[in-house]
Ligand binder design. Structure first.
Ligand code: AMP
Length: 227
């Protein structure tokens, strides 16, 4: 037997026992992204309510996204760690109310959760398993009452125009940290408050000041539509 073939034989077990997880480097923090459902639904694309009916008019979860301090982020890190509803059976009811899927057609309610787990959750699996990933997002959601924070500052989902700076200040006053605002356009092309992101440490435990400066795509005044 030649030397190269002996080396190959020795290496074979190593090749087949290679870890299935991605080699993505450790992330630095999470963006926890909340969404105003009124702004998801009043776009040209529109929306569909889940089988359980119209969700309550409150901010809902879009996702918990691991991020790097240079602004980039990992995605789809582990195809072997597929979304498994049985691991989060005890969270389903609360997920339905706080992390509703509004995409059309409304069908499998878990499509959105599955997408978020596969794209983002698998990249933080070294810290949060599936149950902890969804549980952490739900815990953060109860910790941050955006609607109340805005209402306390006289900012209501009444279709009015509000200052982006006032929206950020109201959220900072309530959470203690500067948020990142995201806007989209309603069916008529008006810019509106769509998402609010806050930063969370890489353990998913505490809100932190965002390690990178947030460039918002919102104009100085934005609509806050009803839902
Ligand atoms: P991401 O890939 O995590 O950045 O999420 C973007 C995708 O999530 C897009 O395809 C959106 O249409 C979808 N999305 C955002 N909000 C919702 C929602 N409430 N229900 C269902 N899909 C959503």
């Amino acid at each position: 037997m030649t030397l190269p073939s002996i080396m190959l034989l020795l290496l074979l077990p190593l090749l087949f026992s290679a870890p299935s997880t991605s080699t993505a480097r450790d992330f630095d923090f999470f963006y926890f992204v909340l969404q105003w459902p009124g702004s998801f639904c009043d776009t040209k694309k529109s929306c569909c309510y889940p089988a359980t009916g119209k969700p309550t008019a409150d901010f809902s979860i879009h996702g918990l996204w691991p991020n790097y301090a240079d602004g980039s982020y990992p995605s789809n890190c582990d195809r072997q760690n597929a979304y498994d509803a049985s691991q989060i059976a005890d969270l389903m009811e609360i997920l339905r109310s706080h992390w509703p899927s509004l995409a059309c057609p409304s069908g499998d309610e878990s499509t959105f959760w599955k997408h978020e787990w596969q794209k983002h959750g698998t990249c933080s699996e070294s810290v949060l398993d599936q149950h902890a990933y969804f549980g952490t997002a739900l815990r953060l959601r109860t910790q941050i009452n955006l609607l109340q924070a805005l209402q306390d500052a006289g900012i209501k989902p009444d279709g009015g125009l509000y200052s982006s700076t006032d929206i950020s200040s109201a959220i900072r006053n309530s959470t203690g940290f500067e948020p990142k605002l995201g806007c989209n356009a309603d069916g008529g092309g008006n810019r509106q408050l769509y998402e609010v992101s806050v930063c969370v440490d890489a353990k998913g435990e505490r809100l932190i000041e965002c390690p990178i400066s947030s460039i918002s795509n919102c104009p100085p005044r934005v609509e806050f539509p009803p839902f």
